[in-house]
Design a protein. Structure first.
Length: 839
């Protein structure tokens, strides 16, 4: 019996079909699942049958660890982190779980012996796209790190029936297709139909004094729905810890409204059921753009109420009745303001349902919550019209008024007579239409507030939360984002992982700082050659994918310059297009120009209602069409838009990049995390001093980073003096030619209207200062091309980038949260001698 289990990988002592890890056992368990779960024999089994049979085989090994974790946490009454997030952008489970179990090679071999190819089975998985972008993906990286660091944690969120839409490109435009990710079943979740919790909406409140003289408020809702729990185990890397991701689905309380049914209103009764289930039907596809829809507020309240009721249930399970130590058992992190309603909901549960005095409840609430802000964009700051809020959550509005009244009383003591400050700090925005400001609710109700990169945290204190910072500076800190090296290196870049591990061992996967040991190798010519060959292989595979998917041939020897992220004006994809057109213009002017061959790769989704973002996608595709077909270009320039950018595609793209484009207007990107994934995979960065770019540049060394553009301070000055973008356009002949070429209809079959909004925006207003940064960007690019011509120099810089990226592991970020905010300790999980934990 051969065993490919890496040393140090935890195994159970007995080798049974559900938990054993030898190749032979894995093969037998796999066939067993094909028969008895899928109900198939090999001759008729589809690839999906095989995928599911394998997924269940892996799941059994997960469950062993998960149940032991749950039991240990319960027995030891461990302090637990609860991460509340409206989004968890997990990406496919199978590959990641194999890596974390240390079973990737063993399963690959077991499949080979069965006549199957693991890679093909991995491709079968529909990724759970339960998030929009960076914020949701961060939550997933943090769940991975929490488990890897053996921290007891629960992720709470929403089980959307449809996740982020699939993007198709038709005639250059984005078309949205419903994401039916659950169509073929989800082997990674365990439904808990008995774990159901009621959630109320609407109606009214009344108050009375009870027989013990207590003032009590009763909330009579208009509608009650049920939250049903769906549990997914999240395994750490080569540890026995598997934490819980608990997502909630909304159901009608009864399948029919019996009274309506009996009075003959069958359709009315069924409608009631449909209305309940609509709450968790679909993810709002807006990234950093508020929609203000009632259903969205219902989603937010729905999952927060379920989460908090569940925590109280777990707390009481441990035998304690009185909730005075709730904050000692749980610490709750609010992932932006989407779960901020939790502050009012915990107060309601403690005061109304558990009859706790207000002051005590408020103490517990504030000690329970901490709040992470992820954006400074004004249009992304959540606020709810008072009437909408009050009609949906009448009791919460009262509670918020009371929180606000007491809060403003305290402020008054500190700043007597400063009415302006009171108005600015108030949870209720009273200028014009009245709103509940969710960031203020989160700030008042939390003991800790953080931004997600040094620059962002500073700007937060100077702008959006300035008055809160002046009031309670001790609450504020920075927690720079990080990414998990398991998914974003080990799984997605096996070539580089092998090369690094050969030289410095495998410790770096858990202690990313260890990558620093690569520094001396930057001068090693043989190592550099291997390094370049790994990158080239990754580029070849991406080139093949591009050919298969969109029929464009790209040269893997060309410089791969990549910009993938949500489409947003502040992220300035169109600045990169201006640069591409500039290169094209040069080639048209000088057909024999010797130029470094370059491939520009774009990818990203636009919010369906964001007109400008969709026009930018059309713009990229239109420019790509013209350039890729123009013979004058020969093989010196290619432009590609990859449809449906998601986690799965990210795993192909980051390892294949030479150049990472991080070109947002300074002051707008809170952190960015794609920037980290690129650099970790050996891409060099061309970027502005924005978000975490600042810290990446510091870490890798200014000489290994291509910096351009105005700083936050310079932009502020520019705007103070009245920014006149047309002066920049008129002042730079090349820029003017580029804009004129677009306006002439050159990229739109002569249509001079199509891209007019885009060009006019730039010319007149240019909110994100593309024209101000254009020259600096173009100049910087020249430096990039110069260095790229010296492949040895490029490889050296690439190695140094990777060697110095250790700080950007999500493990580092989670350690900081644990020490500074959560005050939680690791809990070791030991597997018992038998699978059923009876020993
Ligand atoms: I607020 N972010 C996001 O993806 N969606 C949102 O709704 C909000 C923020 C992102 C920021 O844009 C990134 O800069 C940041 O890296 C990421 O959140 C994680 O912090």
């Amino acid at each position: 019996m051969t065993s490919l289990i890496p040393p140090g990988c935890p195994t159970v002592l007995t080798e049974d079909d559900r938990t054993g890890t030898s190749i032979e056992t894995l093969r037998r368990a796999f066939m067993d699942n094909l028969f008895f779960i899928q109900g198939r024999f090999p001759e008729v089994a589809t690839k999906n049958d095989y995928y599911l049979a394998l997924a269940y085989t892996v799941r059994d090994r997960l469950l062993l660890r998960w149940l032991n974790s749950a039991k240990t946490y319960r027995d030891q009454e461990s302090r637990t982190v609860c991460y509340l997030s409206a989004e968890f952008l997990l990406g496919p489970h199978l590959g990641n779980n194999l890596i974390n179990l240390g079973l990737y090679e063993a399963v690959e071999e077991a499949m080979r012996q069965t006549g199957l190819n693991l890679k093909e089975l991995l491709d079968q998985e529909e990724e759970p796209g339960l998030g929009n972008g960076g914020l949701g993906r961060l939550a997933a990286c943090y769940m991975d790190s929490l488990a890897t660091l053996e921290i007891p944690a629960i992720g709470y969120g929403i089980r959307y029936e449809y996740g982020i839409f699939d993007q198709e490109i038709r005639d250059g435009w984005q078309v949205e297709i419903t994401d039916k990710w659950l169509r073929y079943g989800n082997p990674w979740e365990i439904p808990r139909p008995e774990l159901i919790l009621p959630v109320k909406f609407g109606g009214h409140t009344y108050s009375y004094t009870d027989d013990q003289g207590r003032y009590r408020v009763i909330w009579e809702p208009h509608q009650v729905v049920q939250g049903v729990a769906y549990d997914t185990p999240i395994l750490g890397y080569k540890v026995n810890t598997a934490n819980l991701l608990r997502l909630w689905r909304a159901e009608a309380v009864e399948s029919f409204d019996f009274q309506a049914f009996n009075t003959g209103d069958y359709y009315g009764a069924v409608n009631q059921k449909i209305a309940s289930e609509n709450i968790t039907k679909v993810l709002y596809p807006n990234d950093e753009q508020l929609q203000g829809k009632e259903l969205r507020l219902m989603q937010e309240y729905f999952f927060c109420s379920c989460a908090l009721q569940d925590m109280i249930r777990l707390y009481k399970q441990s035998g304690k009745q009185d909730l005075s130590r709730f904050h000692e058992k749980f610490t709750v992190q609010l992932n932006d303001t989407h779960p901020a309603i939790s502050v009012a909901e915990l107060m309601r549960l403690l005061v109304d349902e558990h009859l706790m005095p207000w002051e005590q409840a408020w103490d517990i609430t504030r000690q329970t919550f901490a709040y992470t802000n992820h954006t400074l964009l004004p249009e992304a700051l959540e606020k709810w019209p008072l009437d909408l809020f009050g009609s949906l959550l009448p009791r919460h509005l009262q509670i918020i008024y009371e929180i606000n009244r007491r809060f403003l009383d305290e402020v008054r003591l500190q700043y007597p007579g400063d009415n302006d400050r009171l108005r600015r700090l108030s949870i209720i925005d009273e200028s014009g239409c009245r709103y509940v400001r969710m960031a203020h609710l989160a700030a008042v109700g939390s003991h800790a507030i953080n931004g997600v990169a040094v620059l962002h945290s500073e700007l937060l204190k100077q702008t959006v939360l300035r008055d809160f910072y002046e009031l309670t500076p001790e609450k504020f800190s920075n927690k720079t984002n990080g990414v998990t090296p398991r998914r974003w290196m080990v799984l997605s870049n096996p070539g580089l992982t092998r090369l690094i591990t050969e030289r410095i061992g495998e410790d770096w996967v858990k202690h990313l700082d260890q990558l620093r040991q690569l520094e001396p190798l930057a001068a090693d010519a043989e190592f550099a050659a291997q390094w370049r060959s790994v990158k080239h292989g990754n580029k070849e595979r991406l080139a093949q994918y591009i050919r298969d998917r969109i029929g464009v041939t790209v040269d893997p020897h060309s410089l791969f310059s990549i910009l993938v992220k949500r489409i947003h004006e502040y992220k300035r994809q169109h600045l990169c297009v201006l640069k591409v057109i500039t290169l094209y213009q040069m080639l048209r002017d000088q057909p024999h120009l010797e130029m470094v061959p370059q491939t520009f790769i774009f990818g990203g989704k636009a919010a369906p209602g964001y007109y400008m973002a969709k026009l930018i996608i059309k713009f990229i595709n239109s420019v790509a069409d013209v350039i890729n077909r123009d013979p004058v270009v020969r093989d010196r320039l290619r432009v590609v838009f990859l449809p449906n950018y998601n986690v799965t595609l990210g795993q192909r793209v980051y390892p294949a990049a030479d150049l990472s484009q991080q070109i947002s207007t300074a002051g707008y990107e809170a952190s960015g995390t794609g920037n980290m994934k690129f650099a970790l995979n050996g891409a060099l960065t061309i970027g502005t001093l924005d978000g975490a770019n600042v810290e990446i540049r510091e870490a890798v060394g200014a000489e290994n980073f291509f910096l351009f553009g105005h700083t936050v301070e310079q932009l502020q000055e520019l705007r103070c003096n009245g920014y006149r973008p047309w002066e920049f356009a008129n002042g730079h002949p090349m820029l003017k030619r580029v804009l004129d070429l677009i306006s002439s209809g050159y990229f739109s079959h002569g249509d001079t209207e199509l891209f007019r909004p885009l060009v006019e925006h730039l010319w007149q207003d240019d909110r994100y200062c593309l024209l101000a940064d254009y020259q600096s960007y173009v100049d910087c690019y020249q430096r990039v091309l110069q260095v790229y011509q010296d492949q040895a120099q490029w490889a050296k810089m690439s190695i140094l980038n990777v060697a110095r990226m250790g700080k950007f592991s999500s493990d580092r970020a989670i350690r900081e949260y644990c020490q500074d905010i959560w005050h939680v300790q690791p809990v070791k999980i030991v597997l018992p001698a038998t699978a059923y934990m009876t020993s």
